[in-house]
Design a protein around this ligand. Structure first.
Ligand code: NAD
Ligand code: ZN
Length: 360
């Protein structure tokens, strides 16, 4: 059973990745947190499917638990739901030793994490990711936050979990589109740090799409291991951690241009990974990325958008310094560089490709 240790400034924590892990949530949490009052935060979909199992496991281990069920979807990552969680914590008489258990996808993880970060200036947090995206990305690394009318993830805090429990059985109930979108982040890890994983995805593509349980443990563990290595060295995104944004400069611009309605985050990232392939200037690499992305059933272009407008949108992103976009550029499969040199020609070809697909 894969267990990955993550080091952080607020102490080490483990990520348990296995089918049936929610059944052991209570026992694992007992060792990782101090108090025995738990507030499980989840959304309506996940509550129906996995809420009972999580509460039972916590109760069996001696926790007194209650569940706060929020609407599903990105709109829930908003100030009023943060406020409703604060009220919930007040009603639960949650003291400094209470624990917030985030049971769900990245929306629940980010919001519940921010509630834990701010309640009593910070209480224990346990992440129980139930989407592929949350397992390989959102639940590890300590970024929490909410969206504001002025932009996504604008209010937030770094708050590391005490424990992460990834139950691979939860992936079975995930809608197909959400699952595939999560695979885009998996491809990203292959591109930035694990050529073996990339090759594995190419070879076992159909089995990965079919969510074969034996494979998922390997796939999720490799991604988490890579994210753990990166955040251990750069917890607050001073530099190295930006490599995790491969494809995201393009992806975020595409999401913004389509008002977050046409594509799921992972789908926009998939297009972004193909565009990043163009930035590398390496046609063979570009071709491999595009073949894998489309083979996994993900889009490789955002038809109908204007590449110049997308470039302008990317230029107004919060990660831009002095007007120049700092791209993450693939060097070869398994290695990418932050702020690598990109010629103006390749840059504009990459934005064109984000809309048209292949290079002209
Ligand atoms: N903190 C970070 O480092 C980080 C990293 C990446 C993304 N994020 C954030 O994550 C969010 C996206 O997360 P997401 O893609 O997990 O979306 P999500 O949380 O909205 O979940 C997607 C949908 O799947 C449903 N769902 C979740 N688990 C399920 C299951 N096991 N079975 C059936 N349905 C299930 C949810 O109810 C929801 O409708 C964004 O807000 C993004 O900003 C944060
Ligand atoms: Zn992402």
């Amino acid at each position: 059973m894969p267990v990955i240790r993550v080091t952080s400034s607020s102490g080490p924590y483990s990520v348990t990745i296995t089918p049936g892990a929610i059944g052991r949530l209570g026992a694992l949490a007992r060792r990782a947190v101090r108090g025995r009052t738990a507030v499980v935060v989840t959304d309506v979909h996940v509550a129906r499917l996995w809420g009972r199992a999580a509460l039972d496991s916590l109760a069996d281990a001696g926790f007194s638990g209650r569940m706060a069920v929020l609407p599903a979807g990105e709109e829930t990552k908003a100030p009023r739901f943060l406020e409703s969680l604060w009220s919930e914590l007040a009603e639960a008489k949650a003291g400094r030793d209470a624990v917030v258990v985030a049971l769900g996808g990245g929306v629940v993880g980010d919001l519940a994490g921010f509630a834990a970060a701010t309640w009593n200036r910070g209480i224990d947090l346990v992440q129980v990711p139930t989407t592929l995206l949350a397992m390989v990305d959102a639940s590890v690394g300590g970024k929490t936050g909410i969206n504001l009318p002025a932009g996504k993830n604008l209010a937030g805090a770094f708050h590391q979990p005490r424990l992460v429990v990834a139950d691979l059985d939860t992936l079975k109930t995930l809608p197909e589109r959400e699952y595939r979108a999560g695979l885009a982040e998996v491809v990203k890890y292959g591109m930035i740090g694990d050529a073996g994983l990339f090759g594995f995805l190419e070879k076992r593509r159909d089995a990965v799409v079919a969510r074969e349980p034996g494979l998922m443990a390997e796939v999720v563990a490799r991604c988490v291991a890579h994210k753990a290595r990166v955040v251990a060295r750069d917890e607050r995104e001073a530099g190295l951690r930006m490599v995790l944004n491969l494809g995201h400069t393009f992806g975020h611009a595409i999401e913004a241009a389509t008002r977050y309605r046409r594509y799921l985050h992972g789908e926009a990232v998939a297009i972004g990974l193909c565009a990043a392939g163009v930035l590398s200037g390496d046609r063979a690499l570009e071709g491999r990325v595009r073949a894998l992305v489309t083979g996994l059933g993900l889009p490789d272009r955002a038809k109908g958008l204007d590449p110049r407008k997308l470039r302008v949108l990317a230029g107004s992103d919060k990660k831009v310094r002095a007007g120049r976009i700092r791209y993450v550029v693939p060097v070869r499969i398994g290695l990418a560089r932050v702020g690598g040199m990109v010629s103006a020609r390749l840059e504009s070809e990459a934005w064109e490709a984000a809309v048209r697909g292949t290079r002209v």
